[in-house]
Each structure stands twice: as C-alpha cells, then as structure tokens.
Design a protein around this ligand. Structure first.
Ligand SMILES: [Zn+2]
Length: 149
C-alpha cells in the first residue's frame, strides 16, 4: 500500500468515526440488562449500557441500529442528568416522540441495505405491537425509518 492511500484510509476512518467519537459516550456491556440497550448517566457522565447476549443474537444491522438509537437519545438531549441522581434506571424521560426522534437519528446513519433490514425486522417481528407503553408500534417505527433521510 502506498503512503497516499494509507493517509487517505486513516483520514477517512477518522472522519467516519468523528460523529460518535466527538460525543465521548461510553458503551458498557451489562449482562442481564432487561432491554437491548439504554442511554443513561453514571458518575462519569453519559453512558450507554447494552445487553451483550441480545446484541450477539440480532443481525448486525439491527445491533448497529440499536447502538445508534441510544446515541441519538444523548445527541438530541432527551435525557437530563438530574433524572438519574436517585436511580440510573429511571425511564421517566422516555416518550414515544423521543423514540421516533432517536430512530430517525439512527436511520440517517444506516446504509440503504441496513435500513431495509431494520425496517423488515420491525414490520415482521413487531408489526402492530409495541414492546411497552413508551415505544411506538413496529409499523410506526418502520415508517419513521423509511421516511428519515
Ligand atoms: Zn429509545
């Protein structure tokens, strides 16, 4: 590999990683977490906890989508630190609109192929259902991901 190509590779890798790296949000594996991932704060600042077993079981496009979704909650300031002083698992901040905004944040960062795979997951695996009261239905999430460009 010549040096020009090497420099191009290093620069493009750096630039591609910049949007996430700039936020300096740690991702910490938490076996047994009762959800695929969650955005929260700990004593060191913003953090994303994820369930490593679930992340291993879902297709790579979906794992990437879930990570980006949680980064979206931090980037869009959906979470305010004071909610977590007493209980880091507090989900009181979660609203369906926030979920859709975080889905949109993630969808914009997927490749077209990844986007199709994530849409297929929500249509086929959740459809008209929602996993809990604060998440949109699978159909609603598929629509958001489809329309976010
Ligand atoms: Zn969310």
């Amino acid at each position: 590999m010549n040096s020009k190509r090497l420099i191009f590779l290093i620069m493009s890798t750096f630039l591609l990683s910049l949007p996430l790296a700039a936020q300096q949000i740690r991702e910490i594996a938490m076996p047994g977490l009762p959800d695929v991932a969650m955005a929260t704060y700990d004593q060191f600042g913003p953090v994303i906890y994820y369930n490593p077993q679930i992340m291993r079981q879902v297709p790579p496009a979906l794992a990437r989508f879930f990570r980006l979704h949680e980064h979206g909650h931090h980037a869009l300031n959906h979470i305010r630190r004071e909610y977590f002083d007493a209980n880091p698992y507090n989900r009181a901040w979660v609203r369906q609109q926030y979920e859709k905004e975080a889905d949109c944040f993630a969808a914009r960062r997927l490749t077209p192929l990844e986007r199709r795979q994530v849409i297929a997951f929500f249509v086929n695996m959740q459809g008209p259902n929602r996993p809990d009261w604060y998440h949109p239905t699978g159909y609603e999430r598929a629509m958001v991901i489809e329309n976010c460009r």
